[in-house]
Ligand binder design. Sequence first.
Ligand code: ADP
Length: 584
Amino acid sequence: MSQSKTMNRLFFYMKRQRLLYTGLTFTMLLGVALDLWIAWFLSSVTNAASAGEMERWPFFIGLGTVVLLFIGLNSYLDHYWKTKVSVNIRKDMRNDTMEQLLKVSVPYRDDNHSGELLSRITTDNQAVGDGCGHTLMSLIKNPILIMASFVYLLLIHWQLALICLAIGPLTVLIGGIFGKLMRSNTGKLQETLGHMSAFLQDVLGGVAVYKTFGLERKLLRKFSRHNATIVQLETNGGKVEGAATSVSEVFGNLTFLIAILVAAFWVAKGSLEVGAMLAFIQLMNYLVGPFMQLPGQWASFQGSLGRADRIFSLLDAPTEVENLPEEGYANKVFSSLTMSDVIFQYSSSSIPVLDSVCFHATGGEVVAVVGASGGGKSTLFKLLLGFYPITTGKISIDGINIAEMSLHELRGYFAYVPQENHLFTGTIRDNIADGKADASEDEIINAARSANAYDFIMGMEEGLDTQVGERGTRLSGGQKQRISIARAILRNAPVLLLDEATAALDNESERLVQDALLKLMAGRTTLVIAHRLSTITHADRILVMENGRIVESGHHTELMRQRERYYQLYTTQLQKEVNHQEML
Ligand code: ADP
């Protein structure tokens, strides 16, 4: 994104803080005036002392005290408002980024790692906020202070003032060169930090795997590589900033020394008062100091713009909805679902994952989808839920093409029990209540009862208020499943999408989960991806999927009679179970 475009977009956030920026303009101008006042004070006191006018001392002391109070108050407000501006801009951007994260399409999420996206809402956001507060205000204040000091210098001694001017163009040049270098370096650094955060998220989520496979050293080596790149880029950043600072310091101090030598020469010749020289030195500080800081501040601001680019590119990502829908879903009446000639391929692959898929399900039916892994069963669900748009074929619910429905309307038909039960950090109550907006305590308890979860929940010390831990890690697989089922029961949607868990549970948990599922399925149309074929022998229809095609369809007895793919799958699985039992 070009720099002016980034600035324009940042301006949108800054405009909302116009009151604070107005306050900051006031404190900044007052700050400059107070700085100049000190130069005036120095010269007045020195000249008064030289002239032996000691009777003016009480006046100077009184004035000094009052002005110091002003300086204190002004500094406080200036600092506080700058921080407040940063905080507010960060808050607005964080909210927008979070909303955007919830709106981005599933294909975008497939292509972008969560950890990398996370770093935009955390570290990038932090840096942009800093850039719009302290850094930006210094970048505005310093040129004003420089100009005001210069005018004052001109009034004191115009020849001396002109010597100080030499530093100006040089600083602008240094700022330009180093600012560009800094922006590019910060961009790369942020990208690497994003990769590192993605890597860390993967690692932290895989504690059991890395511990049991002894991957700690390997992961540490990988981490060190990320770390080395970060060190390299940060060191480069340090070099650029260091070079900018050193060049400006050398030239700044050189200007300062030359000006002082010339001033001292004029004092010796009697054409400059001592008081004026003191004021002059003070003003030189206001002029040279900010000049020296400008390149570094400019570089840092450029860095913030680089971070802002990353946030804006996320804010520009394709979204599946324009506005977030209302919470929860209205109850739907459902009578039929049809998929006709659906061909689908993921953007990252060139071969279709679903190939001319057709099927029909009516109200109350149980349709099971079976077949080897990779056959396209989960993709079928994802299309029903509108995660990916289909290009060929049609899916319709109650005769309406889902492409013509809003996603909110479409998803209102479904409750989903995924294979990997995702619970959110929080209490068991919160997780069950996610099934329905404003669920009452009774509804939550009834859902937990129907899901055979109530007894184990009550057996826990804090009952429904028990914390489930990160992604539900404090619960067993069977317990998580039953909470997930309770959530779906509360959801009370007419069509249930059930991705049967592959992980085997102990017999008792299995029985409780199966029983809960039967209660959940009652009175609903259910599409179930089944891994254990023994659980679906009573399904109204079984679809056998292979390489994206439905190769067989019918009732269990029918398909067994045909003695083709389903028969093979079933007998192989049965044989495996028998072998397994014998081994035990
Ligand atoms: P199943 O549920 O039957 O195991 P899936 O529907 O998950 O099969 O996957 C079908 C095929 O689609 C697989 O080859 C898989 O690699 C591919 N696939 C699944 N999800 C994606 C995705 N998000 N992007 C690209 N390819 C995918």
